[in-house]
Design a protein around this ligand. Sequence first.
Ligand SMILES: [Zn+2]
Length: 179
Amino acid sequence: MTDGPPRPPDRPREPGFGIDDVLGGPAPWTVMIRRGLRRRCPRCGGGRLFRTRYRLEDRCPTCGYRFEREPGFFLGAWFLNFMLVETVHFVLVMAFIVWKASHPDAGLAVPLALGLASGVALPIACYPWSQTVWAAIDLAMTPLELGEIVDAADAADAADAARASDAARASDAIDPDDG
Ligand SMILES: [Zn+2]
């Protein structure tokens, strides 16, 4: 689960809002969760979803899917993160109890330090995945409505146009003979 080179989305997007956007329907929820675990868009599988390591873009740059569909999206991501950390700590505490039974004289400093360190580091480290997995759960539970599909297509077209004009400007700047 590391940042690899950017890969193309699972299915290239045609420009504009198409009937396939509606008739194609959502991906199976297992596919969406897998995409979330790879920190990719649950809807199209596209990448580059993060502005910074922890800050999700407002929309998928590939399909225009808006992650925060309603207020409270990030609360869901936070809650998922919390559940994950609590599960890991439950396992750690159970392991500690078993270990302590066979090492009754061992001190508490190291287990306490481990618990504290993981309590701080785990939620920070896991937060990006919590956001994309939560986006997948959200989309699986509540499929996009027609208005959202059209809105996403419009946003993706605008993003494509902006990228194309940026690329054209960059190639103008590189090639002094052109213009
Ligand atoms: Zn997408």
